[in-house]
Design a protein around this ligand. Structure first.
Ligand SMILES: [Zn+2]
Length: 344
């Protein structure tokens, strides 16, 4: 199976274990070069934009050459450290299959998805025209499709998120000579804050909040912590719930991405393509950010297809897995949806 072979080739780039192609690394460049070779092999016209995003355009004789009339299909090739075989890579390899099979549309490979979708964000900020529609196939990175028992699902939208930090100030002191009563231990205070953040998220349906980093100063084993910084990542399916969560926790987000809904003809095309396979249409939101969310926010008729994750939906890990059969079904659905969007 060519898709599996190509995923293996991409997985072999960079040092193991897992996929190691972080943004701005030689491994990401190598992956883009490999994808460019596949685009040429597929007879597509290769282009790289000023942000390093890679394109492969199918030029049909009857095609209108305006970008705003085209359909893009793609994903990203950068990974987190020790990432999985499918995250991003599957969406790129499948896009090449789809565009080659259908003979229309463009493959797009975005830079730096794992570091805040900087490639798609830069592109949407201007300089390059945006397409009529965008399709992205991605591994689910969660257990829902496996629990329902279907190979693919149509994504309803991408949750919004806000990031920031909470800083707790205390007073440093000698771990041996400072009595327990009267201490101002910033890390003890932070432990209560972490519980409070969790409880705040539990009161809002489908909201999540995570403290993933704790920086302790001065950081000595025999020194009472004087200052603690907690990182915050909070997410919710709509702006109202995101606002409520930020307010409940009480922090000033340094970075915020609004929730988006996929509501156009691209999502309809994916639904029709799933039905065309004789499969039930299962729809689910995405809890992770994706390039498709960035394009949808910029007004593009974007949509996403998830393929079932095995291994309890683990992702950003070498244990990330989808079966060959599910991948084949997903590629078929993606190509059919592209066909429906480009041959009307
Ligand atoms: Zn991804």
């Amino acid at each position: 199976m060519r898709v599996r072979d190509r995923l293996d080739e991409l997985y072999a780039i960079g040092d193991g274990p897992g996929a190691n192609r972080p943004h701005r690394s030689p491994a990401e460049d190598e992956a883009h070069a490999l994808a460019a070779a596949w685009l040429e092999e597929a007879g597509l016209a290769v282009e790289v934009d000023p942000h390093g995003n890679l394109f492969g355009h199918a030029h049909r004789a009857d095609a209108v050459e305006k970008v705003s009339d085209t359909v893009w299909v793609g994903s990203h090739l950068d990974t987190v450290p020790r990432g999985g075989r499918f995250d991003g890579a599957l969406g790129v390899v499948a896009a090449i299959e789809a565009v080659e099979r259908v003979g229309s549309g463009s493959v797009v490979v975005f830079r730096g998805e794992e570091v805040g979708c900087i490639g798609s964000r830069a592109l949407c900020a201007g300089g390059h025209g945006l397409p009529a529609a965008f399709l992205e196939l991605h591994i689910e990175q969660g257990p829902v499709l496996a629990e329902v028992g279907v190979p693919v699902g149509v994504v309803t939208g991408v949750v919004g998120y806000a990031r920031g930090e909470l800083v707790l100030e205390g007073r440093a002191g000698h771990a041996g000579t400072t009595p327990m009563v009267g201490r101002e231990d910033a890390l003890v205070a932070a432990s209560y804050e972490i519980q409070r953040i969790r409880d705040a998220a539990l009161t809002i349906p489908d909201a999540v909040a995570t403290v993933g980093q704790v920086d302790v100063e001065p950081g000595g084993a025999n020194v009472i912590p004087s200052r603690v910084r907690l990182s915050l990542d909070v997410r919710a399916p709509d702006a109202e719930r995101l606002d409520a969560l930020v307010a409940a926790i009480g922090f000033e987000p340094g970075y915020r991405v609004e929730p988006v809904q996929f509501a156009g003809s691209a999502r309809e095309a994916l639904r029709a393509a799933v039905e065309g396979c004789g499969l039930p249409v299962v729809e689910l939101p995405s809890g992770a950010g994706h390039d498709a969310g960035i394009l949808a926010s910029a007004g593009v008729d974007a949509a996403m297809l998830f393929v079932r994750s095995l291994n309890d939906g683990v992702s950003h890990s070498p244990d990330e897995l989808s079966s060959d059969d599910d991948v084949a079904t997903a590629v078929h659905v993606l190509a059919d949806a592209l066909d429906r969007l480009t041959t009307r």
